[in-house]
Design a protein around this ligand. Sequence first.
Ligand code: ADP
Ligand code: MG
Length: 521
Amino acid sequence: MKNFADLGLEPKVLRAITELGFEEATPIQAQSIPIAMTGRDLIGQAQTGTGKTAAFGIPLINKISKDTDKIVALVMTPTRELAIQVAEEIGKLTRFKGIGSLPIYGGQDIGRQIRALKKKPQIIIGTPGRLLDHINRKTIRLDDVETVILDEADEMLDMGFMDDIQSILKLVPENRQTMLFSATMPPNIQRLAQQFLKDPEHVSVVPKQVSAPLIDQAYIEVPERQKFEALCRLIDMESPELAIVFGRTKRRVDELSEALQKRGYSADGLHGDLSQNQRDTVMRKFRDGSIDVLVATDVAARGLDVSGVTHVVNFDLPQDPESYVHRIGRTGRAGKEGTAWSFVTPREIDHLHLIERVTRHRIARKPLPTLAEAIEGKQRIIAERLLETVDKGELNEYKGLAIQLLEQYDSVQLLSAAMKMLTGEKRDSDIQLTPEEPIRVKRRYNSGKPDLRNGRRPSGNYGGFRSNNGGRGGYNRDRDNRGGYNRSGGRNDSYRDGDRKPRTSGSDGRRSSKRDESYNS
Ligand code: ADP
Ligand code: MG
């Protein structure tokens, strides 16, 4: 049953869904909504971008009575950005029904949240840390909560929220409906579900291939020092409408976006060290097309929901296959085509094969674009831009001089010179980035029989987001940044929440169990 109209929803909810432009239910929605509507507990597993928010949001909103002024529903999300994103979608779905909802997250002034709570929202969407804060201050009471949703549960546990979630769930009346949604189902999620869900129905939409088939995947073998040149050629050749280029570290992102700008590309960088204001500015520019290359770390790009990304480039190969899947999933969204390119240094070929095995997808090897291909690509774009300008008209002011010039010079010469100018000379040609160490795969992973299946963390560098640049990886450090958050208005892009506990030891274990899951699924 794919048609929303067949689900027996209230007309007001159905109307909101129509307004959102959803034509039919996604598989996870089609499977989850009828079960959720019976009041049963539910575990839903599906990849990122499959519509899990509406999968719980629709039955939730359908169920809530408009007349109550109590908090009757609690949604927990891992990050402030996801809290905002979910709250936005819930807000749209409640439009005609008139139910209040409020996102609650760390980093925002708590006084402001307390004032907003006085408006008696029925649905709270919050990050665990800040929720506990409010519970302790008695500004949020869970006594009347009838529905609890754990959204992106795997991410929440990855971020060390297990204790907080447990404390919160113990405060919600037992006679409730609990739904847990997650992209992966590592053992710690299963344990959490066992502890807090009652006889849950499992719904799982696990694609045969981990990565979306609409995405063209290719790799280019290129030495570390030639990566930048390769990137420029690739961009020139492919002339992406919107591209996300992934770098391994924040330093990498800074250097790379700066280098691209020097070469005349409209590029900018996104990572955890930027203030919220800076991030918002970058994202706005990317969305409205005033930059067309976004350079980002994994963390900064997680959950990023920008439509129309035509290209993803892994400038550096990610540490683990799951990140690879997350990264390339930024393109090819909403059924559109996308292309993912990866730069692989000669020593990282084994790591690439590991990614191929885990994702069960062969990644085609392509040669480095030649200079001629790059130039041709660039010229094609310039020609397109010229023709667009012709189509737009309003050229009268230029025509006088054009006629004069054409009387004196050859038309082909003139047009070529104009195109050369538009193409832009390459400035600052000797750009050198700080090299990144290659990712090395421990020998046993190359055997074709990785012993990751037994759940033990490998001793090698491959495990747990530990990066090569010493100590804690970019993942952790990005996440640690809580600087200057004070949001004004929601965005869809997802950044890590500052509202969380510091990671303690054992995080690697969590990571590796998550990885086991993707090996087994
Ligand atoms: P997930 O939580 O599974 O990662 P989201 O709930 O964030 O996915 O949904 C991803 C995107 O898909 C959102 O922009 C959402 O509005 C959109 N979406 C959800 N359901 C549908 C649908 N049935 N039809 C079209 N778009 C949808
Ligand atoms: Mg989600």
